[in-house]
Design a protein around this ligand. Structure first.
Ligand code: HEC
Length: 354
């Protein structure tokens, strides 16, 4: 729910959009529960198909979702509750994204669109629980988390209720109203202090940091090279920044001083009403999302067994994902709609090669 300006340390971050946990359900709604407890809700999704006609006559249908929190297990939601359904983003190359110098990301930000190219790009600045200070947000769909360790700790606590040195509540995201959850057995009295201790958290962080990026496939075929040219000419690279060079990191040779190709500027962009969730996160507004990295995206079907894209998985193909782009990306999207069909195919083949 919308928060108030007095909460916590957020006054130290300019433009911070405070939110508070929903009083009964907390910060996340869970549609499953451990045995003996009620699930918090069931996410009901109703889709409306809206056709888009492309040059050459191809028609692509975009499914517009409407979300309803149904079968509420613990009473009504707060009237101001903001619901932002999300799917899990890819977890490859995270250590490399963490190793991009903050200065290089900030140098790409153009919050007031000073160069008048229609693309602004804002850094999310978040409060780090781990370092107890404001930091550049990098991870999560709105760049709401500063480090892989804090993202992992937040997931242990919020997603699966496992206390840890950064987020210590043994009952995770349950609110005090959910007393069966609060009073259920937990590991707070364990000799290690938390349900996962610092050593365990560090191992999971190390693992997440080192999941590799797949090698490109078919990068040099004429079709893919044409698609690459279209990607650049269409303005995709204005947000999907192709490359960075990582920091020199003494203790992390595997991430140190590498030329990487993530295709993200790590910044927030207004993507328009169509993609808006109307739920702010730190400095990110209800219409902003962090540019999704595109490396490895062509392997989604092989690795994850589906081709669903965007923050809530509404796009059923790469082409649908592109056609959902609005806001700052509206002109790029329109160029894709208007371009010769062969260029569009080449663009998609290029994405599949990443
Ligand atoms: C104004 C910045 C911007 C521009 C320009 C832009 N994108 Fe994006 N792109 C984003 C953001 C932000 C997202 C994440 C949106 C979401 O999840 O709702 C995204 C998501 C995507 C995705 C889905 C990724 C995933 O993992 O789900 C694809 C594919 C994509 N963009 C391709 C393109 C292509 C191709 C172009 C050029 C035609 C383009 N984008 C232009 C910002 C941009």
């Amino acid at each position: 729910i919308p928060g108030n300006e007095d909460a916590g340390n957020i006054k130290e971050i300019e433009g911070y959009l405070a939110t508070l946990a929903e009083p009964t359900y907390g910060t996340q709604m869970q549609d499953f529960a451990v045995s003996g407890h009620s699930a918090e809700y069931r996410l009901q999704i109703d889709y409306t198909e809206v056709p888009v006609t492309l040059s050459g006559g191809q028609v692509v249908s975009l499914r517009h979702p409407t979300y309803t929190a149904a079968d509420l297990g613990y009473g009504p939601l707060h009237p101001d509750a903001m619901l932002s359904p999300r799917v899990t983003p890819q977890m490859i190359g995270l250590g490399l994204l963490e190793a991009i110098p903050a200065a290089d990301i900030l140098a790409l930000a153009d919050p007031n669109d000073a160069d008048s190219d229609g693309i602004s790009g804002r850094a999310n600045i978040v409060w780090s629980q781990e370092y107890n200070m404001p930091m550049l947000g990098r991870f999560g769909l709105k760049a709401g988390m500063p480090t892989i360790r804090e993202q992992s700790a937040g997931a242990f606590a919020g997603d699966i209720g496992i206390s840890n040195p950064i987020f210590g509540d043994p009952f995770g995201d349950c609110s005090t109203i959910q007393d069966a959850c609060v009073n259920a057995p937990h590991g707070a009295g364990d000799v290690r202090g938390f349900e996962i201790d610092a050593e365990g958290l560090d191992l999971v962080t190390f693992y997440s940091r080192n999941l590799a990026v797949p090698a490109r496939r078919d990068a040099d075929t004429p079709e893919v090279l044409r698609g690459k040219q279209v990607f650049h000419e269409t303005g995709c690279a204005d947000c999907h920044q192709p490359s960075f060079v990582t920091h020199r990191l003494k203790d992390q040779p595997e991430q140190s001083f590498q030329l990487i190709w993530p295709y993200t500027d790590m910044l927030l962009h207004d993507m328009g009403e169509g993609l808006a969730d109307h739920r702010p996160e730190a400095r990110a507004t209800g219409t902003e999302w962090r540019t999704a990295p595109l490396w490895g995206i062509g392997m989604t079907e092989t690795v994850s067994g589906h081709t669903q894209f965007l923050h809530d998985g509404r796009a059923r193909s790469l082409l649908e994902a592109v056609l959902w782009h609005g806001g700052e990306a509206e002109p790029a999207k329109n160029r894709v709609i208007d371009m010769p069909p062969a260029d569009r195919d080449a663009l998609i083949h290029y994405l599949e090669s990443l």
